[in-house]
Each structure stands twice: as C-alpha cells, then as structure tokens.
Design a binder for this molecule. Structure first.
Ligand code: FAD
Length: 478
C-alpha cells in the first residue's frame, strides 16, 4: 500500500518541500515521466489516489483484461484439444473463477513497480491531488487531511474512465462498464455489449468463448474501421463463428433496468433482453476534480487536455500525458509520452516523438495487430502497392500448436519493395508484428521485402510467415 503520509497533525494543512517535478497519477504515463525525471537527477514526487501504484492500466484496464483473456483462451484450447479431451477432464470454469487468474499478475506487477519508485528515490504520496494555484497542489489523503505540495513542474497523468451518459443508470446491478465488469461475481448467460470499439470487441470474444450469448451493438457500420478491411472482415467472421450477434449502425433509445435483467431498446425498434449490459462506448479524461478552474487551463468536452508536441499544456510548466490527452490512449504510448515530457523538462527539448507508425494490438480471440498503412489509406493516397499473404494453416509451427486460424499480410511498394504496412490476425499477432515493425524502421533501403526473402528464419516458427508472405507477394510482381 502507498504509505499514508503523516496522519493528520494539529495543523490541518501541511506544506511539504518544493519538488522539481510532481506527477499526478502512477499509470504508465506517470511512471514514464517520473522515472525519466528521477534518472536525470530531479527531485520527484508522484501523487496517487488509488491504494497501489500502477494506475488504471494495472488495476482495472490492460493487465486484468489481458490476464482474463489469456485464461479464457487457455481454457478454450484445453476444451477443444483432442489430446486433453481424451483425458475426459475438461470442466467449465465460471467467469469469477477465471477473473482470479489476474490477481497474481496484478500483485506481481504492483510489487515490481513499487520497487522501481523506491530504487529511484521517488516520493510516493497517497491522496487525491487538485491544483490550488499554478505551482501548488492540495492533496487530500484518505483520512481527509490536506497537504500542500509545490513544484517547478507538474505532469498530469490522471488517465481516463468510462463515459457514463446521464440517461443510463450505472447503479443498476445489471448495468456495467469496463471497470465494474472486472468485479462481476457471477456467470451471466446472456450479455449485450454496447459499443464495438477495441474494448467492446475484446470482451465480446472473451464472453463468447465462455459460452455466454453475446449481442454486440455497434454504432458504426463496420467493426474497427481503422483496421485493414480484410482484417476487420476476418474479425467479424470469427466473432460470428463464436456465436456473437453483431448489430451494426444501431443506437440505443432507452436502457430499461428490470429486477432480474436489462432490456436495451434500440432506436431501430429492436429490443435486446440480457442478463447484463456492458457499456463500452467512449471514455472521458480524468480532469473533473483536478481544480483546473483555479488555472488558466481548461479541458475539452471529453475531459481531455490539449498539449503541444512536447506534451506541454498552454501553461508550459504543466505537462499532460497518457489517456488524459486523448488518442492513441494506449499504455505503450502513455509510457513513452511520459518519458518525452520529462526529457523536454530536463533538456529544454526532446528530439524523440512517437514513432510515425504506432502498432495496434487488439486482444480479441484470435488477436489482431498491425503497423503502417492499410489498403484503403494507400489507395486514398494514390500510393501503388502489392500484397503478400501467409496463411497460418500452411505453417508447420501453427499446425503443431493447433493455432491455424490467422494470416500475415504485407503491403509493399511494387517498385522499391519498401514495406508499407503489416497486418496480422491470429495467435501471437501482437508479437509477430514487431518483427516487421523493426524492418520498417530500417534506414538506407533496408526496409524492404528483400529482408524477408534473403533472411534465414528459424524453422518451425511463426516468424516464417514473413518469408512466406514476402515470397507470395514477390511472385505477384510482373
Ligand atoms: P492510468 O493508467 O489510467 O493511470 C491514471 C492514474 O491516475 C490512476 O491510478 C488514478 O488513480 C490516478 N489519478 C487520477 N486522478 C488523480 C488525482 N486527481 N490525484 C491522484 N491520482 C489520480 N492499452 C494498451 O496499450 N494495450 C491494451 O491491451 C489495453 N487494454 C485495455 C483494456 C481496457 C479494459 C482498458 C480500460 C484500457 C486498456 N488499455 C490498453 C488502455 C490503457 O490501460 C491506458 O491507455 C493506460 O492505462 C493509460 O495510462 P495513463 O498513465 O494515462 O492512466
């Protein structure tokens, strides 16, 4: 637990020494900034309102959802593998039982992250921070005591939370968001997910693989439209194969919480009755209780802060990183943004920025990952390209691991052979994509298809998919 600094003293407000940097929030954005600043010799304090470090990422976002997903995937494999079926030992596990798989990972991650702070002599302060003036934060600890903390620089890394429309009753026991679903203590039979973004699709495949009947309501006309069309189509196909009913271009008109269940009334006239509604439609930046009204600084309607390329808000000594500044809203990007902000603070400049092509990792079952441009973007930009495919069912390694669903798709320039986009669907896609990402970043003409054609790959591996896709694409050139 984060130490509760000095219980309430006779004086109700205590002023601590001034720090070089005070970071608000200990998620990946705050951690990246704090570590970089501390390693550069600055005095750093991190204020966190949750009892443990790690942020939403560790406690109610990335880590628990991915650990749950991993447990569900293992169970699914076990239930379908003829080797284990012959043992006759498969048994259904319930959602709460599988959720527990995340506990150990969260504990290990928390202990590990806490050590980083200790080792780098970063002061952890437990409490809720709000600005009282541009250089002072008022921190209220869980006992209600106030402490004034001053600094030369601040980093706002307060993350985001699920958006709650005012006409949906989130107090109803059958209505959940992506935070409360991780505390669900029973196994529903039917579920409606409202919102088919990344989180909605990931949970659709998790629940469908547990045999729960899932309705996925999409407000758009296709799933995850930022993906390559072929990959998005493959996702739709496999979700449907898993039993998910996808309803495109729908909006809710009313959510009716009843005694035992909930009915989602759609504007199109349809009614979806389900044991449970998972609301996964939008997130808001955590700025509402930061005391921004005391500063010449305002958040937009989504609670997000505007920053420049150095992650400075319009008040240059106050930086903001991670989900609170909006897209891409990924743990990976948040950590780097924190490091870039601290570098700018220390050196007065930061020559690094997020790599032009940030990879996308979507942990549906099977998973999806891509980097670079997709076919639609290349066509819109009138950039000629050719395509190379490798289907996992043709790879010896995939046949051995029984993970034959999936493919790797390379998009490359037909004349220069430069790699323009990598799109992967299937087991370990989010790992596989990094091989191509490294090649794409190569300089002096090394970022081409030739790398995959001329390189000897271990055999049997999933990495071999690159050689197969490269040869497939190369053979198409006239
Ligand atoms: P957070 O991790 O949210 O941390 C913010 C911290 O600030 C919290 O600990 C909060 O308690 C604290 N805080 C807030 N206000 C105050 C205050 N006033 N005073 C003190 N402390 C405060 N990203 C990926 O890259 N890969 C994934 O697979 C992935 N899966 C996800 C799955 C789900 C279900 C969700 C919800 C998110 C997922 N994300 C994923 C996104 C990722 O979790 C976020 O992008 C990341 O956590 C953002 O980091 P952050 O540092 O900005 O904020």
């Amino acid at each position: 637990m984060i130490s509760r600094r000095r219980r309430q003293l006779s004086s109700p407000v205590k002023t601590t020494p001034t720090y070089d940097v005070v970071v608000i929030g200990s998620g990946p954005g705050g951690e990246g900034a704090a570590m970089m600043a501390a390693k550069s010799g600055l005095s750093v304090a991190v204020i966190e309102s949750y009892p443990e470090v790690g942020g939403g990422c560790t406690h109610w976002g990335t880590i628990p959802s991915k650990a749950l997903r991993h447990a569900v995937q293992r169970l699914t494999e076990f239930s379908h593998n003829p080797l284990f079926l012959s043992l006759g030992r498969t048994r259904a596990l319930t959602y709460p039982e599988l959720l527990r798989a995340a506990d150990d990972v969260i504990r290990t991650q928390t202990v590990q992250r806490r050590r980083y702070y200790e080792r780098n002599r970063i002061q952890l302060i437990r409490g809720h921070a709000r600005f009282s003036d541009p250089h002072t934060l008022s921190v209220e600890n869980p006992e209600g005591a106030q402490e004034q903390v001053q600094a030369r620089h601040f980093v706002i890394a307060t993350g985001s939370r699920p958006y709650h429309p005012p006409d949906v009753d989130f107090q109803h026991p059958c209505v959940h968001d992506s935070d409360s679903i991780l505390k669900l203590d029973y196994h529903p039979r039917t579920l409606c997910i409202y919102g088919a973004g990344v989180i909605g699709c990931e949970y659709a495949s998790i629940f469908a693989n547990l045999g729960i009947k899932v309705n996925l309501v999409n407000t758009q006309d296709k799933l995850l439209s930022f993906l390559d069309d072929e990959i998005a189509d493959a996702l739709s196909y496999h979700l449907r194969e898993q039993g998910v009913i996808i309803r495109h271009k729908e909006q809710y008109s009313r959510i009716e919480g009843r005694e035992q269940d909930v009915v989602v009334h759609l504007a199109s006239g349809k009614r979806i009755r389900c044991d449970l509604l998972l609301w996964a439609n939008g997130r808001s930046g955590n700025t509402g209780s930061l005391g921004l009204e005391t500063l010449p600084l305002a958040a937009n309607s989504r609670g997000q802060l505007d920053v420049n390329d150095n992650y400075q808000t319009p008040l240059p000594h106050i930086y903001a990183v991670g989900d609170v500044v909006g897209p891409p809203a990924l743990a990976s990007a948040a950590y780097d943004q924190g490091r870039f902000a601290a570098t700018h603070m220390v050196q007065g400049r930061c020559d690094h920025g997020l790599f032009e092509f940030i990879p996308t990792g979507i942990y549906t079952i099977p998973e999806i990952s891509s980097v670079g441009r997709n076919e639609r973007a290349l066509t819109d930009a009138s950039i000629p390209y050719e395509v190379g495919h490798a289907h996992f069912r043709h790879l010896a390694r995939a046949q051995m691991t029984d993970q034959t669903v999936g493919m790797l798709k390379l998009l490359f320039h037909p004349e220069t052979l430069e790699i323009l986009g990598i799109h992967c669907f299937g087991d370990r896609a989010s790992e596989i994509v990094h091989i191509g990402q490294a090649v794409m970043a190569g300089k002096n003409g090394t970022n081409t298809l030739k790398y995959f054609i001329n390189t000897t790959f271990n055999y049997p591996t999933m990495a071999e998919a690159y050689r197969v896709a490269a040869l497939n694409g190369h053979n198409r050139l006239g």
